[in-house]
Design a protein around this ligand. Structure first.
Ligand SMILES: [Zn+2]
Length: 350
């Protein structure tokens, strides 16, 4: 996986050398599916210790993205329409906007932009997040590190004793703790973060309720004809790191519970985290068996005709708060950088 700095450099080289412009007509594919998380004023622009700022962008940037896609000749369509085009082998280019996790800022800041520009969008939600009982562990870990001057705790079988007084130290501590927590078994990971929160006076459920849309709010936003709600597993677990039985349950239960809460059939799924280590071919099969018409990964890529045969493993273009310049996105969607990142495979589903 390319580091953010390497990726930024690659994008600069491909942009300024003109390589992406030359490649665009050949490699742009038939569609793009954008992946966003938080949309809010100042989003992604935080200074100091803010490791999750990459999950945010500003409403103005979202507006710029929609306009960029349209200028480049993509029709902004619903996910259902995009999937129909992939199934039919249509070359009529589409752009789809998706937001993961179901944050309240989506309703407050993103929906008005989508409405004003008449642009369809899909929000992927996990029942436990909507109920306010899920551990948004990457945010909770950030809160713990932000709060302490020294981190002295165990994560799994590793004990850490790290200085945490300055922003620089907090970043260094974060770089050590994040992989340690990512490597944990999924249910154990949540127990560890709950224990850390208890020790440091943070209430995980209150945090979840403060940032995520409730079922009532989801029912409200789902009245918007531009809105589609999709599933994002039950607990926001990395399905590839679960047993087949648990992974199937995560995928299936999510579809059934969201369907019951919203009173409609849920057709689409996005795998939490969604990159190669977290969503694998076994899970693509399980998602089909769980009843989804299509599923989205976060494997980097644009959609090609060949993806029509791999609807449970569609790539997305991740929007990072740290790349809020349209030229980065414009270069990414030329198809050249993602082809290089996928080692020259247009369809990377292995
Ligand atoms: Zn997510």
């Amino acid at each position: 996986m390319a580091s953010p700095e390497l990726l930024r450099r690659l994008l600069d080289i491909l942009h300024y050398s003109g390589a992406s412009s030359i490649a665009r007509p050949l490699l742009r594919g038939t569609g793009i599916i954008f992946c966003l998380h938080h949309v809010l004023p100042g989003g992604g622009r935080e200074l100091g210790f803010a490791p999750n700022a990459k999950l945010e962008c500003e409403p103005e940037f979202l507006e710029g993205l929609i306009n960029l896609a349209r200028r480049r000749g993509y029709e902004t369509v619903s996910l259902a329409e995009a999937i129909a085009r992939l199934e039919q082998g249509s070359t009529n280019p589409f752009a789809v906007f998706t937001l993961d996790d179901g944050y309240r800022d989506n309703k407050k800041y993103a929906q008005p932009v989508f409405e004003r520009l008449n642009c369809p969008y899909t929000i992927f939600v996990a029942p436990r997040i909507a109920e306010g009982s899920s551990e948004l562990w990457w945010r909770l870990l950030e809160l713990v590190v932000a709060k302490v001057d020294r981190f002295t705790d165990a994560i799994g079988d590793k004990t850490f004793d790290l200085p945490c007084a300055t922003d620089e130290q907090k970043w260094a501590t974060w770089e050590r703790l994040l992989p340690a927590l990512e490597q944990q078994e999924q249910f154990e990971q949540r127990r560890i973060i709950r224990n850390l929160c208890a020790k440091h006076g943070i209430d995980p459920d209150a945090y979840c309720r403060s940032v995520a849309m409730s079922w009532d709010e989801l029912r409200e936003i789902n009245k918007d004809p531009l809105c589609t709600i999709g599933a994002h597993t039950l607990n926001h677990h990395a399905v590839a790191k679960l047993s087949a039985t648990d992974a199937k349950r995560e995928l299936e239960a999510s579809r059934l519970i969201i369907g019951r809460e919203l009173g409609e059939d849920i057709l689409f799924n996005a795998y939490p985290y969604g990159d190669e280590p977290n969503a694998k071919p076994r899970d693509f099969t399980l998602a089909g068996e769980a009843g989804y018409k299509a599923s989205l990964t976060t494997r980097k890529g644009v959609c090609y005709k060949g993806h029509g045969a791999h609807l449970q493993a569609l790539p997305r273009i991740m929007i990072s708060g740290r790349y809020q310049e349209l030229r980065y996105v414009d270069t990414l969607i030329s198809g050249l950088p993602t082809l290089l990142l996928n080692r020259l495979r247009k369809v990377n589903v292995a």
